[in-house]
Design a protein around this ligand. Structure first.
Ligand code: 13P
Length: 254
């Protein structure tokens, strides 16, 4: 059975103290209620990572991730953070290829392929984001865009490395807009992603890949989305900044 994950992406929100207090609220509410093949992940700004890892220690189903990592191992890249640094504070995950990184920081599939390699080499599990813009969907190019993102971003990996990934489908038009993809729209793409993985690797690899949905996910729409056969959880932006909402989404799988 593949792992179910609800991951919060705090983006560039919450100062250090605000972040720690939100995380404490989350862990207090979650306690031991996360069951079975399920995991909650909080992807915070770099500043919070070390402290959150310490606070998460009593909760074996709560993990911590970063939101970006540089493609180089180390070097003269002023202001950047390496995968090794992230790993060294005990974080397990790193979001790579978020549409905001692609859009505002010019991250291409080629660059992301390098970031994925470096993250994996340093023992981090990438949460690799893909998804089409509104223009691309309106032009009926969403399948093609997703296929290219998979092919150029992660399909160079061997099967063993590929199995370390989590994939997140985040239609750009649904991010922070309050306009979520319908359960049918999301399921259609998730099934497509899984069939692409089966074609590239094999059915067992496809069947064990955790594929998350992201984009205006709330406690209200999560139950229907997560009930779809190919949706294995969510990558949550806005709602992950409210402890009650985030925990309610985590508990959808209980
Ligand atoms: P929202 O949940 O705020 O739409 O953000 C989704 C997202 O970008 C998560 O990575």
């Amino acid at each position: 059975m593949r792992k179910k994950i609800v991951a919060g992406n705090w983006k560039m929100n919450l100062d250090y103290n605000e972040g720690l207090s939100l995380f404490s609220e989350i862990t207090n509410m979650v306690k031991d209620e996360i069951t079975g093949h399920q995991e909650a992940v909080v992807c915070s700004p770099f500043i919070h990572l070390h402290s959150l890892v310490q606070l998460a220690k009593g909760y074996n189903k709560v993990s911590i991730g970063a939101q970006n990592a540089h493609q180089a191992e180390s070097g003269a890249y002023t202001g950047e953070i390496s995968a090794k640094m992230i790993k060294s504070v005990g974080a397990e995950y790193v979001i790579l290829g978020h549409s905001e990184r692609r859009q505002y920081f010019g991250e291409t599939n080629q660059l992301l392929a390098q970031k994925v390699d470096t993250a994996l080499k340093n023992g981090l599990k990438p949460i690799f984001c893909i998804g089409e813009t509104l223009d691309e969907r309106d032009g009926a190019r969403h399948f093609e865009v997703i296929q290219t993102q998979l092919q150029e971003g992660i399909f160079h990996l061997d099967a063993e490395s590929f199995a370390q990934l989590v994939i997140a489908y985040e239609p750009v038009w649904a991010i922070g807009t309050g306009k979520t993809a319908s359960a049918e729209q999301a399921q259609e793409i998730h099934a497509h992603i899984r069939s692409e993985i089966a074609a590239k690797y094999d059915q067992a690899t496809a069947d064990s890949m955790t594929i998350l949905y992201g984009g205006s996910c709330t406690p209200k729409n999560a139950p229907e989305l997560f009930a779809q056969p190919d949706i294995d959880g969510g990558l949550i932006g806005g709602a992950s900044l409210k402890s009650r909402d985030f925990v309610d989404i985590v508990k959808v799988f209980n």
